[in-house]
Design a protein. Structure first.
Length: 842
């Protein structure tokens, strides 16, 4: 009798829970949490969503991340007796009314400063606070009753005891929270999300009421779950790795027992002895269990509910199992059993119900790629007989409708560095098929790959990639399942719902993450749908069940508050939440803005994104960081937009805007641009005018130069055609007098080989340097150059008149005819003789 009672209790304890229980999560705040003082007298939430704590060391504002203390400071014009705030209420206008040492002051929550009140109004408020205090003293021992959003009632007692009941007709039961409440706790406020805030002798408490969408599966020991299987009798099997157990449950979630090595179901905790990684019931009703490292088991159910067990392992026989690490099994339409091993490749049982099993594999006829796909993780067979095998070295694809397995040809698909539409990662984990027969390949670290090719037997399959580059929360995809036409991907620590649509010929992918905030760690076990309509998932330390309808998220959109601004690394200004426009002076170009989504329901995993319109239209996802820094802002008007998720990871329509006006320096204004334009225009005009003036001077110099050279030749010519005065440009009288003296000297000494500048300077009544400058400015050449040109001109004239080269040389002031020939050729481009021949008078 006693034994039967114990068995009944054990069965009840190991029955799957069907209803989730409400939870109360307690958080304690004191000076170690960042508060200015642990003695809290009141807590209030303002209209903006901020939480305010009245303490004996000023007002503390809490945004879900950190506390900021606001107190009266010397010189602020407000005569406040002390920083001990005795009580606080929220005024109708959203500001705070604080009772301090028998007086009442208004605290402006927008600009974070105190203001005095009219005396009549202050006296009225003093009376109000006195009455409020008397009522609190009278009701001090009374517990606070709270009904959460799930209809569960909670009783919070003054001594810190917490009680709960599921309905008004139920009994109050003690509840042990994660943190025990202190003595003398008192209710203070309930925030907009239904969280309860308490004050106590030491600090404050926040109570969050939750009901998990899932229920953990009771089990004796913490162990990694490897496999779930629902058989044809609507029973479901659960296998674990660490303790090598196999549990069998009835369709009503009652534990039928633990399968032992003897083939019997044991009501007490029993290990099977071999960790089972996969399971299959074939079309004949026979069960197959794959173990790592103990090979394959064939189970035949007996009439008494026990199972006959046969064990098959690798041995020296060529037809034995290729390797003892069995990872997955699948039956094809012909009743053949395909067995994937981890290091031995693929095996095929063509006749799985014979007494002696013959395994066909790579060593005895199966034409799979040799030594390329030895580690198999998953096998999927489509309705039309196409088989896809996920391995650690790529994807195998074939058609298994052929009768002869040795004639089957395989296609091996891997990552191709030269083809962007190839497989994204060789380490494939799982193959999933949705309701529209679309195939998806889960990879170890490359996200999910959708097969786009219509013919999956093609030599080069085309894939579409879903990964972190397209917005997927994680690149790890352990397995997948289809629910309500959506593909759900099981990742390391979350379940991701992938919804892909093609709009305007563009792919739009949406990803929703579930359970990522609960710190779960999933195993490779493939989720299955239980007979009661719930899903079961495997973890590294157990399993849980969840109703598909419960996989939904909160629609709460937390308001975003600006919590601090630092300009040019100046001290942070915390009174900024009321700002809608921020104007920066010309010297202020660097700014850091902190913000917070005011979600107090465990907001540590809230994600943020921002964009600066006017600078970039693209959203920048910054994860859980809640600040943005902008450097070297150019003069312009910008609009900073910030958005966030709520505490459950749902992106909210809660965009907070701040207009930022950056004023320019004078040199960046329109007037400066006009000035720059004028300066450039004047510079260009000056350059052009100077160039024109230089051209004019050059032209005048050339004309004067030519005129005086002509003058010398004219005096040698006995029949001039024109007068000198007609050809000579007008110059200043003093310059003309100078040139007359110079020309007279040159005429007299042109044939003198010993002519020198000193004599010419003396003749023109100038210094040597003055002579050079004057000749250069008037004619553009030095005196010696002018004399040389005059001699060459005279030489040309004499050669034309038939004079000999020697006579010309000596007459023109050259002491050596050879030197004359060289100078003449340099100037005229030909020898004197050639010139004479070409230009001699006929």
């Amino acid at each position: 009798m006693k034994r039967n009672i114990l068995l009944t209790i054990l069965v009840l304890l190991t029955t799957l829970p069907t209803k989730a229980q409400s939870q109360c999560i307690v958080t304690h705040y004191d000076e170690f949490s960042g508060m200015a003082q642990w003695y809290v007298t009141q807590i209030v939430q303002d209209h903006q969503g901020m939480m305010w704590f009245a303490t004996w060391n000023g007002l503390n504002r809490y945004d879900g991340y950190e506390f900021q203390c606001f107190k009266s400071r010397p010189g602020d014009g407000i005569d406040i007796p002390s920083d001990r705030i005795q009580d606080m209420i929220l005024a109708d206008d959203g500001n705070l009314l604080c009772q301090i040492e028998g007086r009442v002051f208004l605290f402006d929550v927008k600009w974070c400063r105190y203001q005095t009140l009219e005396r009549e109004k202050e006296l009225s408020l003093i009376k109000y606070f006195d009455n409020k205090h008397q009522q609190e003293v009278a009701n001090y021992e009374a517990p606070y009753l709270h009904t959460d959003q799930f209809g569960v009632e909670w009783k919070i007692c003054n001594d810190g005891q917490l009680l709960t009941r599921q309905s008004k007709s139920g009994n109050w039961l003690p509840y042990k929270p994660n943190i025990a409440l202190g003595q003398k706790v008192k209710y203070s406020t309930t925030d907009s999300e239904g969280n309860v805030w308490l004050i106590s002798s030491y600090g404050a408490y926040r109570l969050i009421f939750k009901k998990k969408a899932y229920q953990m599966l009771p089990q004796e020991k913490s162990a990694q779950i490897r496999c779930f299987y629902v058989d044809s009798y609507q029973r479901y099997w659960i296998t674990s790795k660490d303790d090598a157990t196999i549990r069998l449950y009835a369709h009503d979630n009652t534990l039928l027992g633990y399968l032992g090595k003897d083939g019997r179901l044991h009501h007490n905790y029993t290990s099977f002895g071999s960790p089972i990684y996969c399971m299959l019931q074939d079309s004949k009703g026979v069960f197959w269990l794959g173990s790592k490292p103990d090979g394959l088991f064939r189970l035949t159910e007996q009439k008494d509910g026990s199972f006959g067990i046969e064990h098959f392992r690798h041995n020296e026989t060529p037809s034995s199992l290729s390797f003892d690490h069995v990872f997955f099994m699948k039956e094809d339409p012909r009743g053949r059993l395909w067995i994937g091993t981890f290091d031995g490749g693929l095996n095929c049982l063509e006749h799985p119900h014979e007494k002696a099993l013959h395994f066909t594999h790579k060593d005895n006829g199966l034409k799979v790629p040799q030594d390329a796909c030895l580690r198999i993780r998953h096998i999927h067979i489509t309705k039309d007989g196409k088989m896809l095998v996920a391995t650690t070295t790529g994807l195998l694809v074939t058609d298994v409708s052929a009768a002869d397995v040795k004639a089957i040809r395989w296609t091996h698909h891997t990552k191709d560095a030269q083809r962007c539409s190839s497989l994204s990662n060789n380490a494939t984990m799982f193959v999933a098929e949705d309701n529209r027969q679309r195939l998806y390949i889960c990879t170890e670290s490359g996200g999910v790959n959708q097969i786009l090719s219509e013919d999956i037997l093609s030599q080069n399959l085309e894939f579409r990639h879903f990964d972190t580059s397209t917005g997927m929360p994680s690149d790890v995809a352990l397995s997948a399942f289809v629910e309500r036409d959506n593909l759900y991907i099981v990742s390391n620590n979350q379940i991701i719902c992938l919804t892909a649509e093609t709009l305007d010929n563009k792919l739009h992918a949406r990803y929703d993450s579930y359970l990522w905030n609960d710190h779960l760690r999933f195993s490779d076990a493939t989720s299955v749908l239980l007979p009661d309509g719930r899903r079961i998932f495997g973890l590294q330390n157990g399993a849980f069940v969840i109703a598909p309808s419960s996989m939904k998220k909160s629609s709460f959109a937390p308001p975003i508050a600006l919590t601090g601004i630092s300009i040019q690394n100046s001290p942070i200004d915390y009174a900024v939440n009321a700002l809608d426009t921020l104007t920066l002076s010309p010297s202020e170009r660097n700014i850091t803005i902190t913000f917070a989504a005011l979600d107090y329901s465990d907001g540590g995993d809230i994600h943020y994104a921002f964009r600066l319109r006017g600078g970039s239209e693209q959203w920048n996802n910054i994860g859980t960081n809640h600040s943005a820094t902008f450097l070297d802002l150019r003069p312009d008007t910008y609009v900073l937009e910030v958005r966030s998720t709520n505490s459950e990871g749902v992106w909210s329509d809660n965009v907070r805007q701040l207009v930022i006006i950056v004023k320019p320096t004078f040199w960046e204004t329109a007037w400066a641009k006009v000035l720059y334009t004028l300066l450039v225009a004047m510079t260009i005009w000056g350059i052009l005018r100077t160039r024109r003036h230089i051209r004019k001077l050059k032209r005048q110099q050339n004309e004067l130069h030519e005129a005086y050279l002509t003058l010398l030749n004219t005096k040698e010519n006995t029949h001039p055609t024109t007068t000198t005065e007609e050809k000579q440009p007008a110059i200043k009288p003093e310059d003309e007098a100078f040139m007359k003296r110079a020309m007279t000297f040159i005429e007299q000494h042109l044939g003198d080989a010993d002519i020198n500048i000193g004599d010419m300077a003396e003749a023109t009544a100038t210094s040597r340097s003055g002579l050079n400058r004057k000749m250069k400015s008037l004619l553009g050449v030095t005196p010696l150059d002018f004399i040389r040109e005059a001699r060459i001109r005279k030489a040309c004239q004499m050669l034309k008149n038939g004079a000999s080269v020697n006579d010309v040389a000596y007459t023109c002031g050259f002491s050596d005819p050879k030197y004359f020939g060289k100078c003449f050729k340099t100037e005229m481009g030909m020898t004197p003789t050639e010139y004479k021949v070409e230009n001699s008078a006929t």
